[in-house]
Ligand binder design. Structure first.
Ligand code: C2O
Ligand code: CU
Ligand code: CU
Length: 486
């Protein structure tokens, strides 16, 4: 275990001299106060020891972009090894995690529509794994189904055709009953699929287009990630694998690909000064039109593409990305990271008024109702726990169905994720859905008692795919079912 000094050393020398002490804005000075503590003071490993003054002392990393081992024939081939690693999640404490290629979270895969990707996954862990590309349309044998696992020591080649429009996808473990713990321990990463529609837009790009995976964790007294199902003590918030980091930005527009990679936690995000965020995208890529908001709500597994314009702040300003979604004391869960404006930069980017057009929804060919309930230690879809040998919904290939999803619990929130398809939200609680439900979705939130009507079209692959609550502790308790398209 390292000392606080070691951890803070990395953060020194980066404090801007110009400080702005605006009302809701945080001056970029707290770090100096923390650094002034006696050198060599040993911290207890647990996240309880991470005080507010330790926050914003390490930079938020941007996960490495994975390099293909081959691009021959227009196919990008990647080699990934799932293996244990150690990393510093809270300053000065080494934690054991599970990783793709040693990276926590996993490396980002950049893909392009029409250009296939092959990922050769080697399982160097001691447990079976299964790698699922969330949001993708892939053949059944490449979907990373719960029972279709890679044994320890074995390898498997996943084929991703990328015959779908741009979208901020993500990959994660899906081994039955173990997905929750595996994802919790680190097995997830981003897969950013682009296309010519997205590329033609003048949105912030390159270094100004940054994925941010947000999640929570409970670190015990030994520095280990404590895992118990449904643990309400996961109250340390991570951005790209670091607790409460800072992220230095230029005073210009940035695009952020926000991903809620937590097992259960939802994030209700706002900027500390309450200023505007432009939402441009959702799970399945860009929205038809951007909208301005001061709040982004993401349940587990959901994504939001946003643009934040830091040109409204003087250099030296710190703006905290705040969270207000429970569980946990706001003193612990109320902050995610701090943006620190440390320079000016030229900005030719723009947010066009129209981002894309979505195909008109076809006439629905059928309807069904899905009921979500939970009574720990079990969780149900239509009163049944998951049975991989049972087909719960037979869907005709080519059908376009309206599914009415009901969260029948009075206290537990749930959400609903379908493999294979991107759907559209038609109604929420009988009303026109809010703009946050717009665009293509693969995961939709349902507060206690809520009902969502969605429409999905099954015109790509045939075969068996799961749908489930993406609060992974719930799906691991059985809140998952199988649809068979044929
Ligand atoms: Cu994120 Cu079954 O998936
Ligand atoms: Cu999925
Ligand atoms: Cu649930």
């Amino acid at each position: 275990m390292a000392t606080r000094r070691t951890a803070l050393g990395a953060g020194l020398g980066v404090v801007g001299a110009t400080l702005v002490t605006g009302a809701a804005l945080t001056p970029v000075a707290t770090r100096q106060a923390a650094a002034a503590e006696p050198a060599g003071a040993v911290v207890k490993a647990s996240d309880d020891a991470m005080t507010v003054s330790d926050r914003f002392s390490v930079a938020m990393p941007v996960p490495p972009v994975l390099r293909p081992v081959s691009t021959a024939g227009g196919w990008d081939v990647y080699d990934v090894t799932m293996r244990p690693a150690e990393c510093e999640i809270i300053p000065g404490v080494r934690s054991s995690v599970l990783t793709y290629n040693g990276s926590f979270p996993g490396p980002t895969i950049m893909a392009r529509s029409g250009r296939p990707v092959i990922v050769r996954q080697r399982n160097a862990l001691t447990m079976p794994t299964s790698v699922h590309l969330h949001g993708a349309s892939v053949a059944q044998e490449h979907d990373g189904a719960p029972m279709d696992t890679i044994a320890p020591g074995a390898s498997r080649t996943y084929f991703y055709p990328n015959r779908q429009p741009h979208a901020s996808l993500w990959y994660h473990d899906h081994a039955h009953h173990m997905e929750a713990e595996h994802v919790y321990r680190g097995l997830s990463g981003s897969y950013l699929l682009t296309d010519s529609v997205e590329q033609a837009l003048p949105l912030p790009s390159g270094a100004y287009d940054v994925p941010i995976a947000m999640r929570d964790v409970h670190i015990d007294g030994e520095g280990n990630l404590a895992y118990t199902m449904g643990d309400p003590e996961r109250t340390t918030i991570l951005a790209n694998g670091k607790a409460y980091p800072y992220f230095r930005v230029a005073a210009r527009k940035y695009r952020f690909r926000l991903l809620n990679s937590a097992n259960i936690r939802a994030f209700d995000l706002r900027l500390s000064d309450g200023s505007e965020i432009v939402r441009i995208g959702s799970d399945g890529g860009l929205l038809p039109r951007p909208y301005t908001t001061d709040r982004i709500f993401l349940s587990a597994g959901e994504r939001a593409d946003v643009v934040i314009d830091f040109s409204r702040y003087p250099v030296g300003t710190g703006i905290v990305l705040e969270n207000s979604a429970p569980p946990g004391d706001l003193a612990k869960i109320g902050q995610v990271l701090r943006f620190e404006v440390d320079r000016t930069a030229r900005d030719d980017s723009e947010i066009p008024a129209v981002l894309r057009s979505l195909p008109r929804l076809p006439e629905p060919t059928g309807e069904r109702t899905i009921k979500l309930t939970m009574q720990p230690p079990n969780a149900f879809i239509d009163d049944k726990v998951y049975d991989p040998d049972r087909v719960d919904a037979f869907v005709r290939h080519g059908a376009s169905e309206v599914w009415t999803v009901v969260n029948a619990n009075e206290v537990f929130p749930h959400n609903f994720h379908m493999h294979l398809v991107q759907f559209r939200v038609l109604e929420r609680n009988g009303q026109t859905p809010p703009p946050s439900d717009a665009g293509l979705k693969d995961t939709v939130n349902l507060m206690p008692g809520e009902t969502v009507k969605l429409q999905a079209t099954f015109d790509t692959y045939r075969g068996s795919y799961v749908y489930h609550c993406h609060m992974l502790d719930h799906s691991a308790m059985g809140m998952m079912a199988t649809m068979k398209i044929g």
